[in-house]
Write a protein that binds this ligand. Structure first.
Ligand SMILES: C[S@@+](CC[C@H](N)C(=O)[O-])C[C@H]1O[C@@H](n2cnc3c(N)ncnc32)[C@H](O)[C@@H]1O
Length: 252
C-alpha cells in the first residue's frame, strides 16, 4: 500500500510497475486503478500494458488538444462532428430545469460549456488527466460553473459520490463511452448505468452509428443495451444526430 492506501503492484524485484508504466508521460495522468487493470490484463508486462492503454484511450492521452484559442474540441470523431449548440439544443428541448450535469467519460466536452443551459453546474469525469487539467484551466479562465475530475468510471463509489453531491435535478451524460467500457469489461456498462440511475433524474446516453473508417453507416443495433434499458427504465426519446444514436432515459 502507498501512503494514500492504494495498492502498489511490484514485480519479483520489488519494482513499482504502476510507476514504470507512468514513466512515459502520456500515461502519467491516468488514475492508478486504470493502469493496474491494464497490468492485470498484460500479466504485469509493462510494455504490453502501455500498448493496451494506447488501444483503450488512444488520442485522449495526448495533451495537444487545444488550439491557441483554448477551444479545440475535435480531439475525437464524436466531438469533431458535433455542432454543440444544435446538439445540446435538441437534447435539452425535452429536459426542463436541469440544475447540474455530470458528464461521465467526458473527453473534451467541458469546452462546450457555453452551449449548455444557462447557469447549469457541470462536472466532467475523465481518465485522461491532461484533458482534465486543461478543462479546469478553461473553466477558471472563463469563470464558468464547471469542474473536471480525473477518475476511473470503474470506481463505482467515486461515481456514486459525485452524483450524490450534484444539485438536483441531475442530468447525466454518457456519450460514446459504452464501447470503451465494454472493451475493458463485458457488461460493465450495464452495471454503471444501474448505479447512475439510482442517483440521477435523467440519463442521456449516446452510441456511434458511423464506422470510424470511412464514415459509412453500418447497422449497430446494440440489442443487448436496448433490451436492458427498455426492461428496466423509461426510454423517453431515441433519435439520431451527428452520426450518434441518442437515448434519453428516466426511472420507471
Ligand atoms: C469515445 S470518447 C468520448 C468522449 C466524450 N464523451 C464525447 O462523446 O465526445 C471515450 C472517453 O471515455 C474516456 N474513458 C474511457 N474509459 C474510461 C474510464 N474507465 N474512466 C474514465 N474515463 C474513461 C476516454 O478517455 C475518452 O475520453
Amino acid at each position: 500500500m502507498d501512503k494514500n492506501g492504494s495498492r502498489i503492484l511490484t514485480d519479483s524485484h520489488g519494482l513499482d510497475l504502476t510507476g514504470e508504466v507512468k514513466k512515459k508521460k502520456e500515461f502519467s495522468g491516468l488514475p492508478d486503478s486504470v493502469i493496474l487493470r491494464a497490468l492485470n490484463e498484460s500479466r504485469d508486462d509493462v510494455k504490453e500494458a502501455r500498448a493496451l492503454l494506447r488501444k483503450y484511450f488512444g488520442v485522449f492521452l495526448t495533451n495537444r488538444v487545444l488550439h491557441k484559442s483554448g477551444k479545440k474540441l475535435d480531439v475525437h470523431i464524436s466531438s469533431k462532428k458535433r455542432d454543440y449548440e444544435e446538439f445540446y439544443g435538441e437534447i435539452f428541448s425535452g429536459i426542463r430545469d436541469a440544475k447540474s450535469i455530470v458528464d461521465l467519460g467526458c473527453g473534451v466536452n467541458g469546452f462546450s460549456y457555453e452551449f449548455l443551459p444557462r447557469g447549469v453546474s457541470y462536472v466532467g469525469v475523465e481518465a485522461a488527466g491532461q484533458l482534465v487539467d486543461q478543462m479546469n484551466i478553461f473553466f477558471k479562465d472563463n469563470d464558468f460553473d464547471g469542474r473536471a475530475i480525473c477518475g476511473d468510471l470503474f470506481d463505482l463509489d467515486l461515481v456514486r459520490g459525485i452524483l450524490e453531491k450534484a444539485k438536483c435535478p441531475r442530468v447525466v451524460f454518457l456519450f460514446q463511452v459504452v464501447d470503451a467500457l465494454e472493451n475493458m469489461e463485458r457488461n460493465f456498462s450495464l452495471k454503471l448505468i444501474g448505479e447512475i440511475m439510482k442517483n440521477c433524474e435523467v440519463l442521456v446516453l449516446s452510441v456511434p452509428l458511423v464506422s470510424l473508417g470511412g464514415g459509412k453507416k453500418f447497422a449497430v443495433k446494440r440489442k443487448w443495451l436496448m433490451d436492458f434499458l427498455v426492461e428496466n427504465y423509461n426510454v423517453l426519446r431515441d433519435f439520431e444526430m451527428f452520426g450518434e444514436r441518442i437515448l434519453v432515459v428516466q426511472k420507471k
